[in-house]
Design a protein around this ligand. Structure first.
Ligand SMILES: [Fe+2]
Ligand SMILES: [Fe+2]
Length: 262
């Protein structure tokens, strides 16, 4: 059984947004804001997938991992929904409506996947998303990005990404238990990453256009580390259980355990 703690934490997002930064810094900021916009749709979709999967899991320890995974994701997206209200409020009503339009498209996609696609597909989507997120979260931890002072909701991001690292084995293990095919993991997983990233681009472009800016795609050591970690997920020998955690992640998780509601 994986070591997963469910922490109920609610963050507040009072700090003002500062878009008056360089094009490079804006690029670094709009990515996470766009990611946040997807969470109230993506994470409930992962939870729905796990709910179906749990009924078929024959290993009680893995079923418990899947339950805790879902509970963690549930706390993540509830915080993101509050941050997203703040994000929309930075823009005028027409931009907020455009953002809501993209949110509706994403929600329609995920509801359709739950309704019409196989569990095999939905589990490959979940693992594709989790593998990509964990690759980025590990890079962020390695490069101290959890201590950002400019990113809106930085503290919540640090908690979320630390928990993504903490539950990194679950979608992989559930996929291995119920599906198992390596080629399908790569095929459907890569498609799911393309699908997901296309929405990140739409959200980021909508915000950049509203600001009248052309943000630069960040090319930092962190981005290169994320890409390296991501490419490793394509290996047939990839197993998130074998990943060595960067320094500081355990301390961060302990800090959030202390912050969580009893
Ligand atoms: Fe999450
Ligand atoms: Fe996750």
């Amino acid at each position: 059984m994986a070591d997963i703690t469910v922490r109920k934490i609610r963050f507040s997002f009072e700090a003002p947004f500062d878009f008056d930064v360089s094009d490079g810094e804006l690029g670094e900021m709009l990515g996470p804001l766009a990611l946040s916009m997807t969470m109230p749709y993506l994470e409930p979709y992962l939870i729905r997938t796990m709910k179906v999967a749990i009924k078929r899991i024959s290993d009680p320890a893995l079923a418990e991992d899947a339950r805790r995974f879902s509970q963690q994701e549930g706390h993540h997206y509830r915080n993101h929904a509050v941050l997203n209200d703040r994000i929309r409020a930075q823009f005028d009503e027409s931009v907020a409506a455009a953002l809501r339009g993209i949110e509706a498209d994403l929600e329609a996609d995920y509801q359709r996947f739950t309704r019409t696609r196989s569990l095999r597909f939905n589990l490959a989507y979940a693992e594709g998303f989790e593998a990509m997120t964990c690759a980025a979260a590990l890079a962020a931890a390695e490069h101290g990005a959890f201590e950002s002072e400019t990113l809106p909701g930085a503290e919540m991001w640090a908690w979320h990404m630390a928990e993504e690292i903490e539950h990194r084995t679950v979608a992989f293990d559930v996929y291995a238990h119920l599906v198992g095919s390596y080629p399908y993991r790569i095929l459907a997983g890569t498609w799911s990453q393309w699908h997901y990233v296309s929405y990140i681009r739409r959200f980021a472009k909508c915000m950049a256009n509203a600001l009248g800016r052309t943000p630069k795609g960040p090319k930092t050591p962190l981005q290169r580390a994320a890409l390296r970690n991501y490419l490793r997920t394509w290996s047939p020998r990839y197993d998130p259980a074998k990943i060595e955690l960067p320094a500081g992640v355990e301390e961060l998780l302990a800090r959030y355990s202390a912050m969580a509601a009893p």
